[in-house]
Design a protein around this ligand. Structure first.
Ligand code: PLP
Ligand SMILES: N[C@@H](CCOP(=O)(O)O)C(=O)O
Length: 474
């Protein structure tokens, strides 16, 4: 499998090199040159497979030529293991919980850091370990987080011998549990940086570091955000997993996806393009609604960033939207480069009418504010005694508002465990005490380590270069 850049001017890479890349050299994002497509018979034959075996079938075409089948199978078996020493706490890995009649939450929060990010980052860490050991190479990882990617990336990479990982989070803008999950994992190669800015500032600094890597003195820079193709690839699997449990592929399924960086929903869009019958994909945003404004009015314009009760989706500019733009423009990289350059200059973007109509055919959307989020948490609790996290609640609200058919199963991606967001749960009026799982029971007593830095790329790059070799200078 070869991968090409959404801006059309970077060299095509194989999977191994894409895994070790972040942004392409032309500033674009990598996508497969040709998407694999499965037949209905093939997909139907996967019903009942354990998660890791399904993952092998769905992802194999993407890694072919780079990771031998036997190694990939072993890595997947370890990644999606369950049981007392396993990675995931639920035997089904990603169980479906019925909310009512034909509405289901796909619980993606049974991994070590209690959010859907574990599905991809547990895999990414193992793939990096495999590839770097083979190459005998050390790398620096830089990642930006609004709260969940950070801990999942650290947890996924903490045992990798060949990485130093630097995670940038917005200072005082992630929940207490989220911060502690990151800053209490101690190791000479783990570096948490609290930036005096917002998530977009963090994300921008990571992206800019790919463009100018002199500060790394020759050490390779790797991404753990969803700009890294391997992240998206792993997130495709659970769409197949959910649909197969609900009568797919003979029956279509609809998905509602809490969205920030457009990564998770883009994975659903790819699952549909790979042959999975998906009748509806709903983009569910919080008040930071650039994606909803595009879908509903062809206006992808920067706004100010609002702090919400769903902080992980407090994102102004969505990285993976560029991957959709690439498809909407007939995979014309130069057209995308032009659009993105103009967006960089003006903060505004809209597309030609026919391309926007196509986007509307592909996605429905809704923006949900804090009040509606709390109302939904309370409503679901009253009817089911399930406590939703605020991001999942946004998905539920959007599913209920945008649903086209009651006969089609509606799956809402349950992206995080509510224990990570007690403020929203409390504001929803739910008195039920939520307990941290066993492996995190003493989280609030653990020692924390992080460095506060100004919103200044030179300060961040200086820190990376003076700590990038197991805490010592590069
Ligand atoms: C809990 C949670 N839900 C939803 C999202 C949105 O996912 P994405 O950025 O892939 O759209 C994120 C992170 O962005 C998240 O952490
Ligand atoms: N919600 C994310 C933001 C980063 O998104 P990513 O999927 O591109 O890593 C987070 O919690 O950090």
């Amino acid at each position: 499998m070869r991968y090409i850049s959404t801006r059309g001017q970077a060299p095509a890479l194989n999977f191994e090199d894409v895994l070790l890349a972040g942004l392409a050299t032309d500033g674009g994002l990598y996508v497969p040159e040709n998407l694999p497509r499965f037949t209905m018979e093939e997909i139907a034959s996967w019903a009942g497979l354990p998660y890791h075996e399904l993952a092998f079938r769905v992802m194999r075409p993407f890694v072919t030529g780079s990771i031998p089948d036997a190694d990939f199978k072993k890595i997947l078996e370890e990644t999606y293991s369950t049981g007392p020493d396993g990675v995931f706490a639920h035997n089904a890995v990603a169980p479906l919980r019925q909310l009512n009649g034909n509405e289901w939450v796909l619980e993606l929060f049974h991994g070590p850091t209690l959010a859907f990010k574990d599905f991809a980052l547990q895999l990414l860490g193992r793939l990096l370990d495999h590839v770097l050991a083979k190459r005998g190479e050390r790398v620096v990882i830089m990642g930006a987080t609004s709260g969940d990617t950070g801990s999942a990336a650290i947890e996924g990479c903490r045992r990798c011998d060949n990485v130093d990982i630097f995670i940038l989070h917005p200072h005082e803008r992630v929940s207490d549990v989220q911060r502690r999950q990151m800053t209490s994992i101690l190791g000479e190669n783990i570096h948490n940086i609290a930036i005096e800015g917002n998530f977009d500032d963090c994300q921008e600094m990571v992206k800019a570091s790919f463009a100018d890597q002199a500060f790394l003195k020759g050490t390779r820079l790797v991404a753990v955000n969803s700009i890294n193709w391997a992240r998206i690839m792993a997130q495709i699997v659970y769409y197949f997993h959910a649909a197969l449990q609900l009568g797919g592929p003979a029956r279509s399924v609809a998905f509602s996806v809490p969205t920030g960086n457009f990564g998770d929903i883009f994975a659903g869009y790819l699952a549909r393009n790979m042959g999975l019958p998906i009748s509806q994909l709903i983009v569910a945003t919080n008040r930071n609604d650039i994606l909803h404004r595009f879908m509903s009015g062809n206006r992808y314009d920067k706004d100010t960033l609002h702090h919400s009760l769903s902080p992980s989706m407090d994102i102004m500019v969505s990285s993976n939207f560029e991957r959709l733009l690439f498809d909407l423009h007939g995979r014309n990289g130069l057209a995308v480069a032009e659009l993105m350059n103009s967006f960089k200059a003006t903060g505004k973007l809209s597309v030609e009418e026919d391309r926007w109509i196509e986007a509307r055919r592909l996605f429905d959307s809704l923006a949900v504010d804090d009040e509606e989020t709390c109302r939904t948490i309370a409503e679901v609790f009253k009817n089911t005694t399930e406590v939703l996290d605020p991001h999942t609640a946004i998905g539920v609200r959007a599913a209920r508002e945008c649903r086209r058919s009651l006969d089609t199963p509606m799956v809402i991606l349950g992206t995080a465990h509510p224990v990570k967001f007690p403020e929203a749960v409390e504001k929803a009026g739910i008195g039920k005490l939520l307990e941290l799982p066993k492996h995190l029971f003493d989280l609030h007593e653990r020692e924390e380590r992080s460095t506060v830095l100004p919103n200044d790329i030179k300060a961040v790059q200086g820190f990376v270069s003076s700590h990038g070799n197991r805490g010592k200078p590069l």
